[in-house]
Design a protein. Sequence first.
Lengths: 504, 189
Amino acid sequence: MNKTLMLCCLALAASAPTLASATDHAQLLRQARPDMPLAHPLATQDLAPPPFSLLSERPVKPAYVPTLPGLRSGVTMADDFGRKPPKFDAVFIRQSRIENGEVVIPPGGLAYMEDTWGGEVALRGEPVPVLGKTSTYVDYDMSIVVKENVTIPAGQSVVVGGQVYHYYATVAHGQTASHALHVRTIAGTDWEWAFGAPVLSQTQPQWWGGSQFNQLYNQGQAREVTREKMVFDWLSGVRMDRLLMADQKLFAGAAGAGDHWQAGQRQVRVAAVDAAAGTVTVQVLEGDKVVFSKTLGPVNPKLLIEDTTSRKRLVFEYGDIVGFLSPWPEPFKDGKANLKLYAQAFSLNYGADFAADKRFAVYPVGCPTGHNFGFMLVNKAEIRIKPGAMVDGPQAYFKIAVDKLDGDQVLAWHVQDSLGNKSHNLGGAGIANIDLVLGQGRVAGQAILKDVGKAMLERSYAAAAPSADAGGPLSPALAGGLGIAALGLFALAFELGRRRPKAD
Amino acid sequence: MKRYLSWITLAALAYAALSYFSFKLPATLADAELCGFVAGDFNADGQLAHAPLGAWWISFMRKQEYWTALSVGLAVGFVAHALHIGRRAGSARVAGAAAGGGLLALSALCVSCLAPVLSAVGLGLAGSWLVGVPKWLIALNTLLLTGWGSLVLTRRGAVCPLPPAALPQQYNAAASGPSPQACTVQNQP
């Protein structure tokens, strides 16, 4: 690592708020069972979430596009064991506006999301779409962020780690009340379908969970719960810090000592297999020189795959070469190790640049189980689009085009895929932004509907209905109103006519 | 006439005051959209960048609530005018005018921003039908109908004096115009 890079890393580390505390957060968190350690390490730094993670920052009256032919919608890709959760592409535009004759999308306002329907699981050879290509999801780094003294005013939300806590509702019963907390991810994944919604109450102590809740490692301990606010002694939320992916499969199967595979100028070799000890030693050679060696195993089936220590024991990384001792269906058979090797590996790090298009930052989306729920790519700099111009999404996987503005109205705009397939015109009279929800996955097709579904339906209906301005038929109500006006005018004229003095 | 205009003004101002006191600062952008706000009205913290009075005024103007205030003022002023003229115009006619004025005021309220607040009395149902009628047209209709009604009531009030029993004694001798009997005959269809 050169000096410049080291200085950059140190500067980055110094700029992120630390999570130092006199309290041992590991003692606060509750394990599933007394004999289970915390699956993920505690975070030492509080990394900023992507912009517009809060509930109040959802798209405003957005257009809805189900999908486009060149985007994924419900595409299934089987992992090494036949599991195939459907995959979707999603695009969101938040907080866009018209300014000086241009459409402006603020930093973070344009978000692409790999919007999986089911959790993405490491060590299973699961294919995960990364825009136009499909990579293999190998491993991950997840941490638990704990924040102390957190206040959530009623109706508001806060971010902890990669999770968003939303004080959703108070329900009164006599002189008592219960208070509902919704938990979502930074992308909007709503965990209610999986874990329900925590309900806290200090006035109904024999119902609910009192003042504490657990959603695996999303946990909290409240000290004050009222109609006005929830005040937590501490709140925790998991954060998916890194996804380890790979583009090339080198090998998958039974490997014995001496087996080797070429990865460019390097060679991956099995140095030794000790089935009795449950270990296999893997080496990477450059020429005749061993530049990397690691003994993988043994497998701890009771704690896999969430437990970080147990999982990392099975995985090796050397540059862009990665691999692992597969625990399934069995790690060893007939004296050989069940090995999976990959090349062209890369990482998607929380908040870091997306290497393939550095205009965008990447944010993996973590589930408190330890599964991954897709990733987001959000624009780092403000985007300005003049009428008649278009802007590329990440790697030009899709484009946003503004066709016609009229003052503070976007009369015509559309989104199109990389094949040139366009949505219908999403603009029109009264449309003041290009906020968008595109897709049918777990977020775009389900969770976000709870927040903006009504506005999207109203907007879609208004766009589809014939308008009076367009010369369409009058609505019965409007026709009635005009009829009453005509009658009123006639009656008024008649009455005034009666008052004119009659000529003798 | 001056009294009539005062009633209209007072009723319109009362509606504006009611609108102000029932106005709540929207907490989310979705709520704000319903009140006529746009993303540019929010600051970087996601909070509305206007003081309560300014926010209400912006919402009042953007939602064209001034038409509703005018409609309510005209309708309530007309009801007050009809009741003031009283029996001179005929009690059935006054009752009809008051009911008509009330109906006009109600129709204006149905499409106003107060409708959700008042939905307990069923305004929402009528509002959903009237939502296609612009507020300016409701105001125009109210102006035409109350104008016509006022002219009719004024004409009838001038033609038919109050019966003698309703007037102080000293005015009976000086009462002019047709007798109550003539008026009754004249009122028959």
